[in-house]
Design a protein around this ligand. Structure first.
Ligand code: FMN
Length: 210
């Protein structure tokens, strides 16, 4: 299966060569994230695309000094909502009604249920829930990049508070969840490039209940 071949080809690049990724490929990688399924369709995150080299250089020291931060072509930051508010929930439900062109009683009562549930919760719980949704989109982008023959490095190794400060995320009601440097592997200097992929066996992964 072509998709599985691409997923076998991909790996978490440890070194990138600075080569630029075409805008068309970047657009496809972002579109895959936009199309990701999310809980109640709320899409509770935004994606920042950083190409500004000075900004990348500011981010690298707070990201375990990982070279892919500066040597990637585009640095994607998946930033989740800091909490669920009435306004944010209503906006997505209103958008659904606008796009589909009708109001549905079941959908409206589902809206009321979410309004009665999420905004009252501890913002930390809401952020963690929103971040999980961002991770789904992040995974879709990783797969889409592989499909495009583009390398990525999933990056959780960074100081989120400092990244939020650098990017001014808190003021926008956002908090950084995870980063995705996008670019091309440096086959000369990446120690991981020729090593075998390691995954536990399907047997250890799977329980079939028939
Ligand atoms: C959420 C997440 C965070 C990760 N953070 C880092 C990171 O900060 N730096 C890094 O080099 N690799 C990071 N990785 C890469 C994993 O170590 C890697 O995906 C895993 O070992 C499997 O190897 P593969 O992706 O090369 O097949 C991260 C992966 C995920 C999914």
């Amino acid at each position: 299966m072509e998709l599985l071949d691409k997923l076998n080809w991909r790996y978490a690049a440890k070194a990138m060569n600075g080569e630029q990724v075409s805008q068309e490929k970047i657009d496809n990688i972002i579109e895959a994230a936009r199309l990701a399924p999310t809980s109640s369709g709320l899409q509770p995150f935004e994606i920042l695309v950083i190409t500004d080299q000075k900004m990348k250089e500011q981010i690298r020291p707070i990201s375990w000094n990982q070279s892919v931060i500066t040597d990637c072509s585009h640095l994607l930051v998946f930033a989740a909502w800091d909490t669920y508010t009435e306004d944010r929930i209503n906006k997505m439900f209103d958008l659904t009604n606008e796009i589909r062109g009708f109001k549905n009683e079941g959908w409206e009562s589902y809206r009321q249920m979410l309004l009665g549930m999420y905004p009252q919760k501890d913002p930390e719980i809401n952020f963690n829930h929103a971040a999980k949704q961002a991770y789904i989109a992040f995974g879709m982008s990783i797969a889409a990049a592989a499909f495009e023959g583009v390398d990525t490095t999933p990056v959780e190794g960074f100081d989120a508070d400092k990244l939020d400060e650098i990017l001014g995320l808190r003021e926008k009601g956002l908090r950084s969840a995870v980063m995705l440097p996008v670019g091309y592997r440096d086959t000369e200097s990446d120690w991981l490039v020729n090593l075998k992929k390691v995954r536990k066996s399907t047997e250890d992964l799977l329980t079939v209940i028939e």
